[in-house]
Design a protein around this ligand. Structure first.
Ligand SMILES: CC(C)(COP(=O)(O)OP(=O)(O)OC[C@H]1O[C@@H](n2cnc3c(N)ncnc32)[C@H](O)[C@@H]1OP(=O)(O)O)[C@@H](O)C(=O)NCCC(=O)NCCS
Length: 207
């Protein structure tokens, strides 16, 4: 199987049927990693899809990857969340493609927003770094309670609580559009993607 055989696109109503598969794949991956899981309501994910805030990868009709975007603190902060690629499709560069698309969606919709990530995953750290995210302390992330409630299902939640939400196992990373070095890194990383992505994006929103 080649990466070119997998289509990565903005999800729409026709992809609602994949929501159960998406959520069970995320749950199974969290079990393997031993991280616990941020509970995701199927209705919430469906809404993200309907709002054009999700990206899906398909190999024919087969589910091959997913992620969506969320806003926090009156859209001052954005996260690209729930990134998942089923084992069978890993190592093909699909997570990078999906991350590019969710990142560009976020930049397009909320150009002033800071985009952040809280992760313990090496792959995600690499992707974030390439896009210009910088490591930061938790104080630089959103203070939105709803975001932090997502940590409650994690096996390390006790650490976060004990440190008064200042430290935990995950690394905080932040893309600040006001920082030149962040913007320059993102431009470099997205150079090859941009044209084809927006062509497809406008096509899918006009259909
Ligand atoms: C993390 C995940 C999305 C990566 O998907 P993928 O399609 O295999 O990733 P890609 O092929 O696009 O690789 C992206 C980069 O990460 C690196 N990478 C991938 N998996 C890695 C791993 N397990 N450890 C270290 N680096 C890894 C790749 O080498 C690549 O970097 P490079 O371009 O510098 O070589 C996938 O393994 C997954 O779904 N895991 C379970 C869920 C999860 O951890 N989600 C992230 C939540 S924070």
């Amino acid at each position: 199987m080649k990466a070119e055989d997998v289509k990565v696109m903005i999800a729409d109503e026709s992809h609602i049927k994949y929501v159960d598969t998406i959520l069970s794949t995320i749950a199974a991956a969290a079990k393997v990693r031993g991280t616990g899981i941020a509970k995701r309501d199927p209705e919430y994910v469906k809404t993200k899809i309907r709002e054009g805030k999700a990206v899906i990868a398909l190999y024919g009709e087969e589910f091959a990857g997913f992620s969506y975007i969320e806003t926090w603190e009156n859209q001052e902060y954005v996260t690209t969340s729930g990134l998942i690629v089923p084992e069978k499709f890993r190592g093909l560069g699909l997570a990078r493609k999906i991350k590019h698309q969710t990142f560009m969606l976020a930049r397009k919709r909320w150009p002033e927003a800071k985009i952040f990530s809280l992760t313990s995953g090496a792959a995600v750290m690499k992707l974030n770094t390439a896009l210009g995210y910088l490591p930061v302390t938790f104080a630089d992330l959103t203070h939105d309670e709803k975001f932090w409630q997502g940590c409650e299902g994690c096996v390390n939640y006790e650490v976060l609580q004990r440190t008064g939400r200042r430290y935990c196992i995950c690394t905080g990373m932040l893309f600040d559009p006001n920082q030149k070095m962040c913007m320059e890194a993102a431009k470099r990383e997205l150079k090859s993607e941009k044209k084809s992505f927006w062509k497809r994006f406008f096509k899918s929103t006009n259909d």
